[in-house]
Design a protein around this ligand. Structure first.
Ligand code: ZN
Ligand code: ZN
Ligand code: FE
Length: 757
């Protein structure tokens, strides 16, 4: 049996089944999965095989079963779980899994020896990647080494009939990790730390809680003052907070939860799921300007016990200071979160590998991952056979929402979300995670793939690794990588069949040295042509334009109407809004081309339109704020007609007609929600039409949608619906983020193909 069948309780499952059916033989882990040798009556064997795949352990994923007839007689009279035939097998490391129902029942059972024990786990749940120091996956190489098992735990661990057979993090109150509370002055002598923590939360305090992949900062989500205090102390003005709720019923008090969303929330991943917020809620400071809230369920016994003592949801946001990664060690939490937290919930099980909470959502075509972290990583994506001939590849990703990706034996192994490579801490984490994954998967990269942008830290580190190791270096254009990421996650074979890639993005370096971001590419893993693109528009002040949406508004108006653009905004609120800004200077910079690189960016178009509606006008407090609030502004608005766009014979989309119509709407006082809706509708029509045209001219039937802007639900849905109706095969990203978090898979797959040529 192949797939995720090691380290998930698969052998005991097989053992119980064989006992039940009455078969002789053995089960063992081998290099590719689990091997079962069984002897018995034909009828029993059939029954065994039938039942084998029916109710596998919760964390198992069966990718395939191969059955052959064994020669000879049974080698034993019973059924046994045995070690591998030839030396030790490196058991696959699986993602951390949320507390299973059986463990949850135990911690709430006063008669159980694990009653209220916050580190209860078993083969079906508990920490995994977060506690791993090396391979093979064995207690000695995890942070559980510090906790020798007591006799009771050891007995469970050795008994194939027990749920805790070979559960490496197995622990109980007698032998396992312990929690305690601290404040800024030191350890608090509390007999019941969790009840004390609940009490303090209800009083409005901010509590740092050591979780699975790092520290969280928590406060009562229904206490507006506490939420504001957390925002102030964390210097987090507007960026949305995630919540933790006790159960689905509690979530339904403030969000709409579909069956699919409820199922996703309840998986062993226990991700943060973006849910539509109810209009009658008072959770105002949680996600300002947005109509969706990220919510997760308790995923450790600690969280379950805590939430059971509270009446409402908690803010559960990452325990860090702006721009830096989540604190993982007790010492770091003490220093980094000093002045933010009132009290710390500490424990003595080390977090070895930092993992952010995974962020997901459910659309009409199923769940998709917006950020891969706890519960998702480490993941493997099977690539088409043709990738099997490639030497091992390491791809370095981009600069923001950094990830890396390995390819080995036609398996892609993308890393979890690491963060923006803008601080020394994140960069250090990036390098150490690469080293860890190389060790875990025993990969020595012969090929290193980097972005075309020479100044990304990831690119520079890639150069350095290639230089030091002699690996071949392959540079990959940013949007080509986005496109290939989507192809690879869908298992599209590198057979020469081309696709059209519509990549809507913030920015990435193009092959012509300018900044790209609204791209219509034609090609495959092996290469691409840029067939059409958004009109290049000045970025006044370069990077500053990405932070200050009004700059893009001026640049877009300048591009649409020329030097005299200010005459065109007469009679609109823009006159007064722009009054406070150095508009003359910016206009001059654009006209004289001083510090105003050109970019065909889709992200900056959203910023400009948002600014025109007064959204994040002067500055964005977090990346994507303007675009996200612009989308949220639509509400349920269904426009009769979108804004027009013009496409030149050479495939350049100009937004001049859009701006003319939008200014007319502003002048006649049309509601902002309708303007936002008309913008999205018009954009979707223009993009779908141009994508279809490029595809038809090239005789291509498959269209790939990726890039960070494609995380806009309304835009994505409209483009997808339109192209599907025209009988195109449309692929968008589900297993990896459409934003730069998905780039490394694309880079790796492109490099794997190129390395074989
Ligand atoms: Zn369990
Ligand atoms: Zn124990
Ligand atoms: Fe990008």
């Amino acid at each position: 049996m192949r797939g995720r069948v090691q380290g998930v309780g698969f052998r005991p499952y097989v053992w119980r089944l064989a006992q039940d059916v009455g078969l002789r033989g053995h089960v063992l882990n081998d290099g590719t999965g689990v091997r079962i040798d069984v002897w018995g009556d034909a009828e029993d064997l059939d029954q065994f095989q039938l039942r084998l795949t029916q109710s596998p352990p919760p964390l198992a994923q069966i990718a395939g079963v191969t059955a052959t007839n064994l020669a000879g007689l049974a080698t034993q009279n019973d059924f046994a779980v045995t070690d591998s035939l030839s030396g030790p097998v490196a058991t696959e490391i699986t993602p951390d899994a949320a507390t299973c129902p059986a463990c949850r029942a135990e911690i709430f059972d006063p008669m159980n020896r694990r009653y209220a024990y916050p580190f209860t786990n078993c083969t079906h749940c508990g920490p995994r990647l977060s506690i791993v120091r090396g391979v093979p996956y064995d207690r000695a190489l995890t942070s559980m080494l510090a906790f020798p098992m007591c006799k009771d735990c050891q007995t469970e661990y050795e008994n194939p009939a027990d749920r805790r057979f070979h559960a490496q993090p197995n622990a109980c109150p007698a032998c396992g990790p312990q929690i305690w509370l601290e404040d800024a002055d030191g350890r608090l002598g509390s007999a019941d730390p969790i009840s004390e923590m609940a009490h303090r939360l209800m009083q409005g305090q901010i509590v740092a809680i050591k979780g699975i992949g790092g520290f969280h900062l928590a406060c009562d989500a229904t206490n507006e003052q506490a939420v504001l205090r957390l925002r102030r102390r964390k210097s987090r003005v507007a960026k949305p907070f995630a919540l933790m709720a006790r159960d689905i019923a509690q979530i339904r008090g403030f969000c709409y939860v579909s069956e699919a969303e409820a199922a996703l929330l309840s998986t062993p991943i226990a991700p943060i799921v973006l849910l539509a917020r109810r209009n009658d809620t008072t959770l105002d400071g949680i996600a300002p300007g947005l109509d969706r809230i990220g919510v997760m369920l308790p995923h450790t016994p600690l969280h379950h016990i805590l939430m059971a003592q509270l009446t409402g949801p908690l803010v559960m946001t990452s325990g860090n200071r702006a721009q830096t990664p989540q604190a993982t060690s007790n010492d770091a939490a003490r220093t980094v979160l000093a002045g933010i937290a009132d009290v710390w919930v500490m424990h003595n099980r080390d977090i070895v590998n930092r993992l952010d909470d995974s962020l997901m959502r459910v659309d009409t075509n199923g769940p998709s991952i917006l950020r891969a972290g706890r519960g998702v990583s480490p993941a493997q994506i099977a690539l088409p056979k043709a990738f099997g001939g490639a030497p091992p590849v390491l791809a370095m990703g981009a600069a923001l929402k950094s990830t890396f990706c390995l390819i080995k034996d036609a398996q892609a192994i993308p890393s979890a979300h690491i963060g923006d490579l803008t601080t020394a801490e994140t960069y250090a984490d990036f390098r150490s995670k690469i080293a860890l994954f190389r060790a875990l998967y025993d990969v020595t990269p012969a090929v290193i793939a980097v972005d075309l942008h020479p100044d990304y830290l990831s690119t520079r580190y890639g150069y350095q690794l290639a230089r030091d190791s002699g690996a071949r270096l392959i540079t990959v254009q940013h949007h080509h990588a986005h496109m290939a990421s989507c192809l690879a996650e869908h298992g599209v074979a590198p057979d020469g069949t081309r696709s059209v890639g519509v990549i809507l993005d913030g920015s990435g370096l193009g092959t012509d040295g300018t900044i790209w971001g609204g791209e219509f590419l034609l090609g495959d893993y092996g290469g691409f042509e840029r067939k059409a693109h958004f009109q290049p528009i000045a970025l006044p002040g370069g990077d500053q334009a990405a932070r200050e949406p009004w700059r893009n508004l001026v640049a877009h108006l300048h591009a649409a109407f020329g030097e005299s653009w200010q005459r065109h905004i007469a009679g609109t609120p823009l006159v007064a809004m722009l009054d406070d800004q150095p508009v003359g200077l910016i206009t001059q910079m654009i006209a004289q081309r001083v510090n105003t690189p050109l970019a065909s960016s889709a992200g900056r178009l959203f910023d400009a339109v948002a600014a025109a509606l007064g959204i994040a006008f002067a500055r964005q407090h977090y990346e994507g704020q303007a675009a996200m609030e612009l989308e949220a502004l639509i509400g349920g608005e269904e426009p009769t007609e979108g804004y027009p766009a013009a496409v030149s014979a050479t495939g350049v989309i100009s937004w001049a007609p859009l701006w003319a119509a939008l200014l007319d709407d502003l002048r006649s006082g049309v509601a902002r929600s309708i303007i936002a809706a008309r913008f999205h509708a018009g954009l979707a029509v223009a993009i779908a039409a141009l994508a279809a045209r490029v595809a038809q001219q090239a005789g291509v039937t498959r269209i790939v949608l990726s890039g960070g802007v494609m995380q806009n639900r309304i835009l994505l849905h409209r483009i997808e619906t339109s192209l599907t109706a025209q009988k195109f095969t449309v692929l968008c990203q589900h297993k990896l983020p459409a934003n730069d978090g998905g780039i490394s898979l694309g880079q790796a797959s492109i490099a794997a193909i190129e390395a074989q040529n």
